[in-house]
Design a protein around this ligand. Sequence first.
Ligand SMILES: [Fe+2]
Length: 292
Amino acid sequence: MAGLLAPHPPHLVYAENPEQNEPSSEGGWEQLRWGYERLRESLSEIDYDCLVILSPHWQTYVGTHFLGVENFKSLSVDPVFPNLFRFHYDMKIDVELAQAIHDEAQGQGMSVKMMENPDFRVDYGTITSCHMVRPQWDKPIVAISSNRGHAYYSVEVMQEMMLELGRATRKAIEDSGKRCVLIASNSLSHRHFTTESAVPEDMSVEHITSHAMHLWDMRIIELLRAGKSQQVVNEMPEFVEQAIAEADGGALTWMLSAIGMPEHGAILHGYGTIIGTGNAIMEWPCHAWSDA
Ligand SMILES: [Fe+2]
């Protein structure tokens, strides 16, 4: 098992010019794309069965949902950046493992549901993170929604639910015997620009929105590199409030819980800003830890 922090701004896919995406670009955001390259290189050394991802852009206000159809194929258009992201996706789902995590979470008293509508349009967060981690699209995916516990209650309640969901995820994966890569799909600080430059990939205008956001991003990265996962969870209410952090969707807390709240340091593969937001690409190679 390995854990990842793998942010999903559609700009990254746009800048890569894969054949599935309609718009074309002159590149951009190379610091982050090189970071994803290093992550892919690191993952190429391990054999795994499946990607398990939680995206803040699949928002289900009544409980946690899991994609529950073998195959989803359609066109995903980013509602905010239709000029950058019109992506033709074709993804396989590991319904068996999704059902197992669903059942385990249900057994723990959580509100959960299998999403079985074959015409459902998969969110761009799931698609972007999965594409950047594994552009071959050859691994089945377990996709988990964000129940927006923060929006409905508070960061504290959201985290209690995500810690529980993480434990259920871990138990179901262990029982399945499958080797999984768990992906928290989110940026760190998330205060973004409200206008776009004429050339979206013009890097002369790309920077963090404020010094305060930079300080928060560096603090969280250093804590995670030092293996202080629990401290990150403890500081999450302040981080979410002050940095408008996208970890408010619960992905980071869920992933850290699922890999056992590690005290081992994470590997930082890259950091960069996208329309002013802070993005880190990080890896927790649990498979290499003797106590994992
Ligand atoms: Fe996002």
